[in-house]
Design a protein. Structure first.
Length: 238
């Protein structure tokens, strides 16, 4: 072969599959070019060795969910958040062992946004079942934040936050709050509105310095480093 040709066309000629099957094989990570996985059907080849990996299946990629430890991005657009998801920011210690493919970065959706001045757990998914869970159950799913504050932390004052209250004509929801150390508290809320964490803390004379979401429902961020992402495994549920 001297002239370049699309990988998908070469695969069709090589194994006698259909155009659709060739696309699925390639996008599924089943095709090797000189021993390396190439998952772009339009990839141009000349005289490279093209092989189909053992147990290859011509099936669409399973829908995936990605977990990101999002850095501080006030007023960030959804597109700016998506820019953080790249091969370079994939956590090297991701325990899922899922093969990273370009198709995993397409058609992603997100629900349950972070508080605007927060870092931490953000969820992106292709799975309609996960998206429906986050949408339909958003008022029932707990969100846990670690909040750095200034002021004197009082166990008695934190207990006050367990009950909904009205402060200066503004309703505040009840939340679970506990002291983590001298300047951090943990707050667990359901579907927190924007700014509610600051208002809750102000009601007990604490000022928020920083906050980080570490859990949504049963899904914890764990040891995921700031600015990196990992795959959510099939056994992990919200």
């Amino acid at each position: 072969m001297t002239d370049s040709v699309r990988l998908s066309k070469h695969l069709i000629d090589l194994i006698g599959c259909s155009r659709r099957e060739a696309q699925l094989y390639i996008e599924g990570g089943w095709v090797l070019v000189n021993g390396s996985i190439i998952d772009e059907p339009q990839f141009q080849i000349t005289d490279q060795l093209v092989e189909l990996r053992p147990q290859a299946v011509a099936e669409p990629l399973p829908a995936i969910t990605l977990l990101l430890n999002q850095p501080l991005m006030p007023n960030a657009t959804f597109e700016q958040q998506l820019d953080l998801l790249s091969p370079e920011t994939h956590w090297a210690e991701d325990p899922s062992r899922i093969l990273q493919l370009k198709g995993h970065f397409a058609r992603l959706n997100s629900e349950l946004p972070l508080q605007d001045n927060a870092t931490g757990l953000q969820v992106f998914t292709q799975d309609w079942r996960t998206l429906r869970k986050l949408t339909d159950d958003r008022t029932r799913l707990e969100q846990e934040y670690v909040v750095q504050v200034t002021g004197e932390i009082s166990a008695q004052q934190l207990k006050r936050l367990a009950h909904a209250q009205m402060i200066n004509g503004v309703g505040l929801p009840g939340c679970k709050a506990s002291q983590q150390n001298e300047e951090h508290i943990r707050m667990v809320l359901k579907d927190p509105s924007e700014g509610v964490i600051e208002r809750l803390c102000a009601s007990i004379n604490l000022q928020v310095v920083a906050m980080k979401r570490i859990r949504i429902g049963a899904m914890s961020m764990g040891k995921l480093p700031l600015g990196q992402w990992r795959y959510c495994t099939a056994t992990q549920k919200f």
